[in-house]
Design a protein around this ligand. Sequence first.
Ligand SMILES: Nc1nc2c(ncn2[C@@H]2O[C@H](COP(=O)(O)OP(=O)(O)OP(=O)(O)O)[C@@H](O)[C@H]2O)c(=O)[nH]1
Length: 346
Amino acid sequence: MFIEKIRYEITLKASFLTFFIVSLATIIRPLMIEQDVLFTYIGVFNSLAMGCVFLYLKYTKPKSWYPMLFTCVGLLVLTPITVVSGGVNSQFTYLIPTIPIFIALVSNAKYTWITALIVIVLVIGLYFSIGISPDFTNEIVPQSKTASRALWLCLSVSLSTMLGVQFNRVYGALGDKISEQAETDLLTGLKNRRSVMSFLQTAIDQAKSKNGQLSVMMIDLDHFKVINDTYGHLAGDLCLKQVAQLIQHSVRDASDLAGRFGGEEFIVVIKDIDAQRATDIANIIRLSIEQKTVSLNDRKEVKVTATIGICSLNSEQLTSIEHCVDLADQALYLGKKNGRNRVEVA
Ligand SMILES: Nc1nc2c(ncn2[C@@H]2O[C@H](COP(=O)(O)OP(=O)(O)OP(=O)(O)O)[C@@H](O)[C@H]2O)c(=O)[nH]1
């Protein structure tokens, strides 16, 4: 998600810069050198094409195929002007090796290799089309020099592709790490509140569309302040970590989610179960916490208990995440009021 946003921003900026540079070159180049009017027509066409790409990307925000769209238009913009200005001998070929590296920046390794292949086929095509295609620069270049330029062009494209793919690998891994850290609670390693809320929203949408059920548990440690005050905050942290592990082990990895809601409060979202089954699972969690002995570094041992509030709703009762959390919270409050170390259902 995060990395997609960065890729979108890069593509948007690149399309605007290309539009700006191509337009500028179309205006300034005829003032510097005498050239066929066809170059100006192609320049105007290219500017319009890049302007349209920029507006399209800006206003529709397409998701995954925009790098390919950009490549196609990039090639569409470069190819005609390269063909009519001497093929592989054209000065526009200097831009060709930048295409795979750009695709590596905004996309993945697969798209980069595909793009590199297209670009190399294009370079070979440009080499063999010399003599057939129109050359409005009227420069005469010996055959051996043309072949050497085509070879160096293919090598530069390969180099830029390999560097791009390598960069993409490192950049992708970094992006994954940042995304994971942004979703994880640092102390317990469980999902953080923001991540659980987004999971809950998706689970509500799924339950509504499939006519399913959903249970939310709020788990709050009892008299946790006393543990902190008696044994210190580090001991409190150790308790939180160990309780988090117990909670994590009690949920199904693939479909459910346990997270830290904040402080000494945890939240569990369980799909497709009714109130009775949710109560059974909550009691298993509550008993495992009660039976756990947390060993502190100085050989002291701490016992801790938890109160759990549950809300179990069907597709018609599911309205919003706030409503689910609020109901589970009310049940939790009731549990605290009724003596703690117990499970209550809203
Ligand atoms: N060690 C540690 N303590 C925390 C953390 N977050 C919150 N707390 C402590 O959790 C305690 C919560 O206290 P209270 O809200 O009064 O609740 P309680 O003492 O558990 O009492 P009840 O919930 O009513 O059973 C406070 O002492 C907080 O400082 C944390 O990350 N680490």
